[in-house]
Design a protein around this ligand. Structure first.
Ligand SMILES: NC(=O)c1ccc[n+]([C@@H]2O[C@H](COP(=O)([O-])OP(=O)(O)OC[C@H]3O[C@@H](n4cnc5c(N)ncnc54)[C@H](O)[C@@H]3O)[C@@H](O)[C@H]2O)c1
Length: 367
């Protein structure tokens, strides 16, 4: 089977889980592969994905082989594939811009980002590195709030002529101007902000949809999330958080027939609890009224390892992006974005997004 060459910006926990997963599934067959939505997606297996280039800014990652960098601090996600073969790809110094949150300085080095002393790469160097690597798409895993850095790397992907998968909530695929730039260049883009395999957002959406279908009026809801990784530490800075809140809130509002008043919905990352590491805990409450105007509520506590939960989706997003490249499709991939991402350009209920994505994979639709 053919391979798919990916470039990564941000070699953090999510990248670690993804790359571990590619290796982990290499040693399995379809019957014993747990945790995948697709074993063979349009002719591509998980093990066909290879890392071709990687960029970071952390002193403990830059200059290392990617297989080592993914296990370097402050990465703290579960190691489920400890024997990672060398990739031969060294993590390169990227461009910092607003990727390094100042407030992290107040935390222990082992838990936060540590800026490398290396000279930052220029735009030309990054574009050339992407071109020379043979990467076919760039996966963006930068910290929430890195508005400038994300636009910078998205611009590099455009210039290098490769696809883009935007796993976090700086709006690129859902910004019509950026979407148009990818369409004009004939390059596929999937985004924005990955919707984890079985995380808080999909659970909240499915339950909200259940209320709707069963005629239960949802009056109020909250979704409070805690975690102990750098993603949660980063989001302690409320000024970096706006787009994450928007992405998560719209993901739930969009499945309601009538959106809730702002005062009746509260969704977002709520605190950093160091010892939780990559374990994310979601406290979800939904208050509604059923037959006869009688009140009911759900209180739910969801506990998941955060980063493998994103990798279970990204492993399919990569293969859909590759199918688009094979088929000469550029611009936003509407169906995969709706199914895989929290803040796609077009929000669709998850059942419909699932069917649309299956049609895309089978070649029955082109976006
Ligand atoms: N885990 C999930 O389920 C999930 C779901 C949706 C979105 N996301 C988003 O995905 C992103 C990645 O998550 P993570 O847990 O891997 O984060 P992380 O903090 O572990 O990794 C971020 C990486 O980016 C690097 N970085 C920072 N600035 C950079 C720059 N300018 N250039 C290159 N590298 C830079 C950091 O050094 C770090 O290695 C976050 O924005 C997160 O919100 C994650």
């Amino acid at each position: 089977m053919d391979s798919i060459r990916i470039a990564i910006v941000g070699v953090g926990n999510c990248a670690s889980s993804l790359l571990q997963g590619i290796e982990y599934y290499r040693g399995r067959n379809e019957a014993d592969a747990i945790g995948l939505m697709h074993w063979d997606l349009g002719g591509y297996l998980p093990s066909g994905i290879e890392v071709a280039a990687a960029f970071d800014i952390d002193a403990r990652k830059v200059g290392k082989d990617v297989s080592e960098a993914i296990f370097s601090p402050p990465n703290c996600t579960t190691i489920f594939c400890p024997e990672m073969p060398k990739t031969g790809v060294t993590v390169r110094m990227g461009r910092v811009l607003d990727g390094f949150p100042e407030h992290m300085q107040g935390y222990k080095e082992e838990n936060r980002f540590v800026l490398a002393d290396e000279e930052e790469a220029s735009r030309e160097e990054i574009v050339r590195a992407l071109e020379e690597s043979g990467a076919e798409m760039l996966l963006n895993y930068l910290p929430v709030g890195s508005e400038e850095a994300v636009r910078f790397y998205a611009g590099c992907a455009l210039e290098a002529g490769i696809g883009f998968i935007n796993n976090m909530p700086v709006f690129i695929a859902s910004d019509p101007a950026w979407a148009e730039r990818f369409r004009e260049r004939g390059l596929p883009i999937i985004g924005d902000d990955v919707k984890a395999q079985l995380g808080a957002t999909i659970t909240h959406r499915v339950l909200a949809d259940l209320f709707r279908r069963r005629g239960v009026k949802l009056d109020r809801t909250y979704q409070l999330n805690t975690g102990g990784n750098t993603d949660f530490m980063n989001m302690l800075n409320r000024s970096r958080l706006a787009s994450k809140r928007q992405s998560k809130t719209e993901a739930v509002q969009s499945v309601l027939e009538v959106p809730l008043d702002d005062d009746d919905i509260h969704i977002g990352p709520s605190d950093y609890v160091c010892w939780q590491k990559d374990n994310k805990v979601c406290f979800l409450r939904m208050e509604g009224r059923l037959f006869g105007d009688i009140p009911m509520h759900i209180d739910l506590r969801l506990s998941v390892e955060d980063s493998p939960n994103s990798a279970g989706i990204v492993i399919d997003a990569i293969r859909c992006c590759k199918l688009a490249l094979d088929r000469g499709i550029g611009g936003v991939l509407t169906a995969p974005s709706a199914y895989f991402m929290k803040h796609p350009p077009v929000q669709v209920r998850d059942d419909d997004a699932y069917h649309m994505t299956e049609e895309f994979i089978r070649g029955l639709r082109r976006d």
